[in-house]
Design a protein around this ligand. Sequence first.
Ligand SMILES: O=P(O)(O)OC[C@H]1O[C@](O)(CO)[C@@H](O)[C@@H]1O
Length: 431
Amino acid sequence: MHLDIGAALGDEADPGVDEDDLEELDEQVAAAHETIAAGRENGEFGYAALNLPEETDPTRIREAVEPVEDAAYVLTVGIGGSALGAKTVTAALADEPDRHVILDNVDPEHIERTLEGLPLEDTAINVVSKSGTTAETLANFLVVRAAYEDAGVDWTELTVVTTGESGPLAELVEEHDLPRLPVPDGVPGRFAALSSVGLVPPAILGVDIEGLLEGASAAADGLGPSLFDSPGYAYGAVCYALEEEGAAVNAVMPYAERLEYFAEWFAQLWAESLGKEGRGQTPARALGATDQHSQLQLYRAGPADKMVTVVRPQERADVQIPESEHDSLSYFAGADLGQLLDAEYDATVASLAEAGRPAVEIELDDLDAEGVGELLYAMEAATVLVGELADIETFTQPAVEWGKRAARGLLSGEETEETRTVAERPSYRID
Ligand SMILES: O=P(O)(O)OC[C@H]1O[C@](O)(CO)[C@@H](O)[C@@H]1O
């Protein structure tokens, strides 16, 4: 993985940072790295996530999925960190990524249509919940289970569960003797992609999960007291410095369809980890070159409150652009789609820099297991570093609990402070 921060540096960039800022920041990175390394050493909550490449046992995951490894489809029932990591890995690396279907919302029409569209007898169920209590996941699982039973399909033969020791899901595992994989200790869900939380569907769909962990392990070996030695820390440091300079938005724009879910996974990691105490960059998901034709106008000529993170693999499939009888298309002559996409990438980075808008480039040697493993780990290390530099609590997400209590109260009819606030919320309808 290569990081290029050239388009974020210099006096022209607004917001921008210069090399002196980075030199200065590097002292803070050294101190932060000490805390992170100690946290990893002691297996402390959150920091333990950066030990996963060493601690995740791919053999155990393969053993757990063995009963369903020939399934035509994998249906993941989970939300947030319990779905996005797995989806990111299968979307990036599976030969047939569409064989991995996720239910990470409770939209009845969508659930119904999804279940009707799947051969349930040939669809493995991957249920994931760290807490084992998430309403959406449990409700969806009950709906899925009923659909299998209605279809006369024995769901217990097709289900793999990843959850903690206690809770409704753990009890189901006991009751039906289901294969269960543990959630890693001390690892928040959004940091758990490189564990059983994220690796069951990739294992079922034949992804090289060992290579993924090796790539992550290589990135882990690169973590040291200087941002100049680690692309992950460098990315975190530059984002932190740009946020301090006013880059309140981080638009993440992969130039590969297979990395579209990576932007979604990153959005949870960045927002839920760093959105605290009135600070934190807002991650915006975009896709290159598609969103050049929808968002770029804003990124280039809108408020100077953004940075853009572009990501691309250096290797691309070879799809030639056919000759055309129109002279006006002669500029395609001999080019392939990969060259066009890379030209769009280079042009977009240059157009942002030309307009003084900071962009950071992340390049992968190849979109292979090692490359994706390195990318995910580097982004996790970047997030942990920003949390240290900003001196915030990176590993919890207390602000999401109010809404959960309110929803549960509304459903159960229990009157609580939250449900009263919901009932009294301001309304000004215009029909
Ligand atoms: O894995 P669980 O406990 O079901 O939680 C799912 C997601 O919900 C959150 O707790 C937020 O509500 C995320 O942090 C987490 O990834």
